[in-house]
Design a protein around this ligand. Structure first.
Ligand SMILES: [Zn+2]
Length: 165
């Protein structure tokens, strides 16, 4: 999970929502990924999907049967689907996602016995650190927006002053 957090920080450096994922197979890290939605302007470039793609490439198979996936935020429906389809064995996640979490928060796709594959879920690992990264990112974003608004307001006032003078 520490490595997943490092991945999340890479996303943050790119002004992306800081979410990172790492895949471990037979005790070895075989893939990692971080959210790249803004960079790619592609809605499917979530950390988990990018890591799964790399892991399949590296393992030479779509079956990641012995894999453990570590991700800083609870997987969304799309990523949960990809996790089931690639037969990941265990998912370890950090912060729960009240808006999209499909590993126990909104629903639990990963452990639903109606699917032909189930995944073991271990929630809340380094939850505070994983969630804190997201909270401070969004706080920073809000502050930036506020600053920008104030800057524009000041500019408008400045121009208006010149026009009137
Ligand atoms: Zn996702």
């Amino acid at each position: 999970m520490r490595l997943a957090l490092e991945e999340a920080k890479k996303a943050e450096e790119k002004m992306e929502v800081p979410i990172g994922a790492v895949i471990v197979m037979d005790g070895e890290v075989i893939a990692s990924g971080h959210n790249l939605r803004e960079t790619t302007q592609n809605a499917v470039t979530h950390a988990e999907l990018l890591a799964i793609e790399k892991a399949c490439e590296k393992a030479g198979t779509w079956r990641l049967e012995n894999a453990e996936l570590y991700v800083t935020l609870e997987p969304c429906p799309m990523c949960s689907g990809a996790i089931l389809l690639s037969r990941v064995k265990t998912v370890v996640f950090g912060a729960p996602d009240p808006k999209a979490g499909c590993a126990g928060t909104l629903m639990n796709l990963l452990e639903d016995e109606r699917f032909n594959h189930q995944c073991e879920v271990i929630p809340g690992v380094l939850q505070e650190e994983c969630g804190g990264l997201l909270t401070s990112f969004f706080r920073g974003l809000r502050e930036k927006k506020k600053e920008e608004k104030n800057r524009r307001k000041a500019e408008v006032e400045h121009h208006t002053g010149i026009d009137n003078g």
